[in-house]
Design a protein around this ligand. Structure first.
Ligand code: N01
Length: 547
């Protein structure tokens, strides 16, 4: 190891929720740590996703850190579902309150991380030409950060403006007087379409798969609600810790949709629709497990679309044929209504695919659309890609990309560790929960990693690595949870088949947060069962079993 290379206890990649919390905890416990962040400021996904209308669909009072009462109480959200700008302000508030800014190097990408087995350190190279080494290498890069831009013939010829929702420019963008195309109709598109339509002269939406869009019904919290939550902070923490999604969701009707009459079902769905938010998803317990029950809920939404959209042809094009919940449910504001505006058109690229981009527009199999700007709302190469991009090389020169076969065969233990990659952890990595309030998952992951690092310090352990058996058990568990579910029937980023040419595979943990958390607790309570802990002082400890 050269003298010039700085040695730290931990290097963290990314300064969003995860990276900042990891840095804070490590420093509080007396470890030396540094964050490298590619962006020009803190915020992670909320730094990059600044497209018009960008919003979070988890209520703000839960989409917050809850590890510190003081941090929680000193911030007040202005609406139920927070917009990107406010979340970014919140994350800047977090950076200042936790005093972590001086540990974050901005505008710097990690270009490679190589494990040195002799020295037991990670050598990390960065885009500024520097190198540091650290005992622990922690990725906090988010799972929805590698933008997916489809390759369309003639893309290089298009002379207009192009944007991706996940990498929106920091300079103001104006669509005034312009003809704009949006490609994609997932969460990002659903949020941006009504806002862009306000400004654009003409908006054409290119849709491949219609989505189920439930009404967000955003607004202010009722008077006293936030104050009461803050007053009863212990209760809030308990409520979040006991919720299967990491935040309380409107109560479910604990019976099958098949037990109700058509009139009763209609009334229940309607009530949920009027309530807004996630309510409709949970009206009956078997919406995602019984085909008939699913079809009832799906048809209810289709009928709302038919009532809302005045042009019957457009309405039918907007009606999804996939099962509801098969892809992530979407909350929107004025989405379907926007298609009633004279200057907004919908094109089904399933029926008439895009064949090429030309200098000034988009050619489909049966038409040409002249446009000044194209917004790619085409989502992400989710879960594994952001980590693979870091060029991580573990034991015996094995690269993570090679181990994961370029994302075809991703394998982890608990979504946070990997055999062959000692002392490396990923916060909210691939195969972590997705039906969840992500800041809560980040707290669970980060605190567990922190405890393990401390345990290693206390017990003079130099190398911590999961075992083949533990990784295989986790893979069995997540595969069995996913098997036969509705989420594996439809192509989506949950299963990686949203990327052109990629097959469905298990990239996410489709179980609930309570089960997920229990796995972590069991491992820690049993002396880190499922991990090999090697120390210079004590002898090697191998704990093979994992419940
Ligand atoms: O991405 P998506 P997203 N040609 O993958 C289409 C989170 N998020 O950025 O369905 C043409 O959902 C694709 O079509 P199809 C949230 O977890 C949260 O919208 O594959 N079209 C689809 O319509 C969310 O789930 C929030 O047939 C192509 C769209 O592009 C996740 O991020 C807000 C195409 C992509 O939809 C991703 O959402 C925003 C191609 N080659 C995002 N490739 C909130 O908190 C893809 N598409 C609310």
């Amino acid at each position: 190891m050269g003298n010039q290379i700085k040695q730290l206890d931990a290097v963290i990649v990314g300064a969003g929720f995860s990276g900042m919390y990891m840095l804070h905890m490590l420093r509080e416990k007396g470890f030396t740590a540094k964050v490298f962040e590619a962006g020009g400021s803190v915020g992670g996904t909320w730094y990059w996703n600044r497209y018009p209308g960008a919003c979070c669909d988890v209520p703000s009072v839960y989409y917050s850190f809850t590890f510190s009462e003081k941090l929680y109480k000193n911030w007040t959200w202005s609406s139920k579902l927070p917009y990107q700008e406010e979340i970014l302000q919140y994350l800047n508030y977090v950076a200042d309150s936790l005093k972590v800014r001086d540990g974050i190097q901005l505008n710097t990408k990690v270009t490679s991380a190589v494990y040195n087995e002799q020295e037991n350190v990670w050598n990390i190279k960065t885009s500024d030409g520097n190198e540091v080494c650290a005992k622990y290498f922690i990725t906090a890069v988010g799972s929805l950060s590698a933008a997916n831009t489809p390759s369309i013939p003639g893309m290089e010829n298009f002379k207009g403006e192009t944007y991706h929702t996940g990498h929106w420019p920091h300079e103001p963008v104006s669509f005034k007087g312009k003809k704009v195309a949006v490609i994609g109709t997932g969460s990002s598109a659903v949020q941006t379409i009504p806002v862009v339509a306000e400004e654009a002269e003409k908006l054409t939406v290119f849709q491949r798969t219609p989505s189920y869009v439930l009404p967000a019904r955003n607004g202010k919290y009722p008077p006293g609600f936030v104050e009461d939550l803050k007053e009863n902070f212990d209760g809030l923490q308990r409520q979040m810790n006991e919720s299967p999604a990491g935040f309380p969701v409107e109560s479910r009707v604990l019976r099958s949709a098949l037990e109700d009459t058509p009139e009763e079902r209609y009334e229940n769905y309607k009530k949920a629709w009027e309530m807004g938010g996630w309510a409709l998803g949970g009206v009956y317990y078997d919406t995602t497990t019984n085909d008939q029950s699913n079809e009832y809920a799906s048809e209810f939404v289709r009928n709302v679309i038919r009532e809302t959209v005045t042009n019957p042809k457009t309405a039918e094009m907007l009606c999804p044929t996939i099962p509801i919940w098969g892809k992530r449910l979407i909350l929107g504001t004025n989405y379907y209504e926007t298609f009633n505006r004279d200057h907004v058109d919908l094109v089904s690229i399933k029926e008439t695919p895009i064949v090429e981009l030309t200098e000034n527009g988009i050619r489909t199999s049966d038409n040409f659309y002249q446009v000044d700007a194209i917004i790619f709302a085409t989502g992400y190469d989710a879960m594994a890609a952001p980590i693979m991009k870091l060029d991580v090389i573990g034991r015996n020169g094995l690269s993570l990309r090679e181990k994961w076969q370029d994302g075809l065969n991703v394998s982890t233990c608990l979504g946070i560790t990997n055999v062959g990659f000692p002392n490396m952890f990923s916060v909210w990595g691939p195969q972590s929960p997705v039906f969840a309030n992500i800041p809560k998952i980040i707290e669970i992951n980060s605190e567990w990693v922190m405890d393990l690092i401390e345990y290693c310090r206390t017990n003079d352990i130099d190398v911590v690595e999961t075992t083949d058996t533990a990784e295989a058990k986790w893979m069995n568990h997540i595969n069995s949870v996913a098997e036969g579910t509705i989420f594996m029937k439809v192509d989506s980023w949950y299963n990686g088949a949203n990327i052109d040419g990629m097959p469905k595979r298990v990239l996410t943990y489709l179980g609930d947060v309570l089960t997920y958390r229990k796995q972590f607790d069991d491992i820690a309570e049993n002396g880190y069962r499922g991990f090999t802990l090697t120390g210079s002082k004590p002898t090697m400890t191998i704990r093979e079993e994992m419940s």
